[in-house]
Design a protein around this ligand. Structure first.
Ligand SMILES: Nc1nc2c(ncn2[C@@H]2O[C@H](COP(=O)(O)OP(=O)(O)OP(=O)(O)O)[C@@H](O)[C@H]2O)c(=O)[nH]1
Ligand SMILES: [Mg+2]
Length: 456
C-alpha cells in the first residue's frame, strides 16, 4: 500500500451550510483523531464503518459537538485509515477543526490528494479518477450522468477486458503458431483478425466520441457572425430571450464578443455574439482579429447573419470563406430583418447542408424554428454512440491503440511473421496500460490531479 503522512481537509463546499465535513486520512488518522475527539470510546478501538458522537476539542477548548465516521483501511475512499468529522456548518467551526487536526499532527491535503491516494492504493483506475474530475466540472446533465457511469467502472472494465484479449492474442502470435497448418481448433487466423478488427473499430469509435464528450463537458458553442449591422446582437438577444447585447444602428457596435448560456435538452448551449466582419475584409485579414478567430474556431455552429435588405446573397462570400477556414463547424444562413421585406423568401439551403432561416430578430419571427434546429444540432453532436466520456488524453491514446492494432491487422493480412505482429500488439497493449494509468508517469498524474480542488 502507498504510505504517506496523514492529511486533512474540508470536503464539503466552504461557506455557510447545515453541515461541514472534514476528512482525515492516513496511517495516523486514528491517533490524531483521538487527540481531538472525546466520545464514548477512543476511535482507534471502534469497528470500521461506525459513527460516533462526541466533543471535538482544540487543546482545552470545546470547538463543537461532532460526529466521527470511522473507515478502516482498506475500506475507505483513499484506502487508508480515515475519520470524517461532521461538524456544524459555517466557516469558523470547520476551520477550527482543521487547525486542531494540524496541531495534532496532520498536514493540509493538496488539491486532489485524497483521490490521488485512492488511485495509488488501487481503489480507482485513472479513467475513474478522470471521471471524478469530469463529474465535479460537469455542466450538463447527460455529461454528469456519463461521468458517474464511468466512475462505476464500465469503461475501465471494458478496457481491461480488451487488453486481456490482446495479451492472449499476442501470446498466440508470438509463439508463431502456424494456424493454417496445425489446424489449431480453438482459434483461427481469421478469428484473430476479426477480433483485432473489431477492437480497432471500438477504439476508433471511442476516440471519435471525444468531440461529443467535449460538448457534454463544456457546452455546445454557437456563434453569431456576419457583416456589421446585420443584426447579430439582435439575434443573440432574441435567442436568449433577453436584452443582453447592445443593439444600435451604428455599424461596429459590438467590439469584443459576448457569451451567454442556456440549456437545450439538458445540454448547455454557449451563445456567442461577435464583432462584425467588415465587408472589405478578406478572410486572410481576419487573422488580425485574433480574438474573433479564436472564438469562432471553438464554435460547433456558426450562424451567418445576413441583412436581407442588402440582398439575400449579400453574405454568401463570407459564408463560403468561413466554411473553408472552419470546416468542422455546422452552418446556418440566417436571413434577418424579414419584417422589412414585402414578400417572404422561401426556405431552402444555400449550399448542401447549410439550411436557411428567415427571421426578424427585432420582432421575433422565425426565432423558435432556429432555436429548435439548434437544439437538434446540440443533441446529435453530443450523441456519443458509446457509453463513456472520453477526454483529450484518453482520445489520443485510443487513437494510438487503434493505429497499432490496424498495423497488426494489416500484418496478419499480408502474412508477415509473428514477431512483427506481436510488436504492434505489444504497443497497443502498452497504450491501453497508459490509458488505465497502470504505467503512469508522474507528470501525467500531476496534470490530471491539478484539475481537482482541495478536499477531493
Ligand atoms: N427592422 C429590423 N431591424 C433590425 C432587425 N435586427 C436588427 N435590426 C436593426 O439593425 C441595427 C443593427 O442591429 P445590431 O443587432 O446591433 O447588429 P450587429 O450585427 O450586432 O451590429 P454590429 O455589432 O455593429 O456589427 C439596429 O438598428 C437593429 O435595431 C430586424 O429583424 N428587423
Ligand atoms: Mg453587435
Amino acid at each position: 500500500m502507498h504510505r504517506g503522512d496523514t492529511i486533512c481537509a474540508l470536503v464539503t463546499p466552504p461557506g455557510v451550510g447545515g453541515l461541514s465535513v472534514v476528512r482525515l486520512s492516513g496511517p495516523e488518522a486514528f491517533l490524531i483523531a483521538d487527540r481531538c475527539f472525546r466520545g464514548k470510546s477512543p476511535l482507534r478501538e471502534v469497528p470500521s464503518h461506525t459513527i460516533h458522537y462526541g466533543r471535538f476539542l482544540r487543546g482545552e477548548h470545546l470547538v463543537d459537538m461532532v460526529t466521527a465516521s470511522v473507515f478502516r483501511a482498506p475500506h475507505s475512499y483513499t484506502g487508508e485509515d480515515t475519520v470524517e468529522f461532521g461538524c456544524h456548518g459555517g466557516v469558523v467551526v470547520a476551520e477550527l477543526v482543521i487547525e486542531a487536526l494540524l496541531e495534532a499532527g496532520a498536514r493540509l491535503a493538496e488539491p486532489g490528494e485524497f483521490t490521488k491516494r485512492a488511485f495509488l492504493n488501487g481503489k480507482l483506475s485513472l479513467v475513474q479518477v478522470e471521471a471524478i474530475a469530469d463529474l465535479i466540472y460537469a455542466t450538463s446533465v447527460p455529461g454528469a450522468r456519463l461521468a458517474a457511469r464511468q466512475l462505476v467502472g464500465g469503461l475501465t472494465r471494458q478496457l481491461r477486458d480488451l487488453r486481456q484479449q490482446l495479451i492472449e492474442i499476442a501470446a498466440l502470435v508470438e509463439l508463431e503458431l502456424d494456424f493454417a497448418e496445425e489446424e489449431v481448433s480453438f482459434v483461427s487466423p481469421e478469428d484473430v483478425r476479426t477480433r483485432l478488427e473489431e477492437a480497432t473499430q471500438w477504439c476508433k469509435q471511442l476516440a471519435d466520441s471525444y468531440r461529443a464528450a467535449e460538448i457534454l463537458r463544456s457546452g455546445f458553442f454557437v456563434g453569431c457572425v456576419g457583416y456589421p449591422n446585420a443584426g447579430k446582437s439582435s439575434l443573440f438577444n432574441a435567442l436568449l430571450q433577453r436584452r443582453r447585447a447592445i443593439v444600435s444602428p451604428i455599424p461596429g457596435t459590438t467590439r469584443d464578443y459576448l457569451e451567454e448560456g442556456f440549456l437545450i435538452h439538458g445540454i448547455p448551449v454557449r451563445l456567442i455574439d461577435t464583432a462584425g466582419f467588415r465587408e472589405t475584409e478578406d478572410i486572410v485579414e481576419l487573422e488580425g482579429i485574433a480574438l474573433a478567430e479564436q472564438v469562432v474556431q471553438q464554435c460547433n455552429v456558426l450562424l451567418v447573419v445576413n441583412d436581407v435588405t442588402q440582398g439575400v446573397e449579400h453574405s454568401y462570400t463570407l459564408l463560403y470563406q468561413l466554411r473553408r477556414r472552419f470546416p468542422d463547424a455546422a452552418y446556418a444562413y440566417v436571413q434577418n430583418k424579414i419584417d422589412l421585406l414585402d414578400g417572404h423568401g422561401r426556405p431552402g439551403a444555400v449550399e448542401p447542408g447549410v439550411p436557411v432561416f428567415w427571421v426578424s430578430a427585432l420582432r421575433g419571427d422565425g426565432i423558435e424554428g432556429l432555436r429548435q434546429w439548434l437544439g437538434e444540432q446540440a443533441r446529435v453532436s453530443s450523441d456519443l454512440g458509446v457509453d463513456a466520456l472520453v477526454n483529450a488524453r484518453q482520445a489520443l491514446l485510443l487513437r494510438e491503440t487503434a493505429a497499432a492494432l490496424g498495423r497488426a491487422c494489416e500484418g496478419l493480412r499480408l502474412g508477415l511473421s509473428g514477431e512483427f505482429i506481436a510488436a504492434d500488439l505489444r504497443e497497443a497493449i502498452q497504450r491501453l496500460s497508459d490509458l488505465m494509468g497502470e504505467t503512469w508517469k508522474e507528470e501525467v498524474l500531476n496534470t490530471i490531479f491539478a484539475r481537482f480542488c482541495i478536499g477531493k
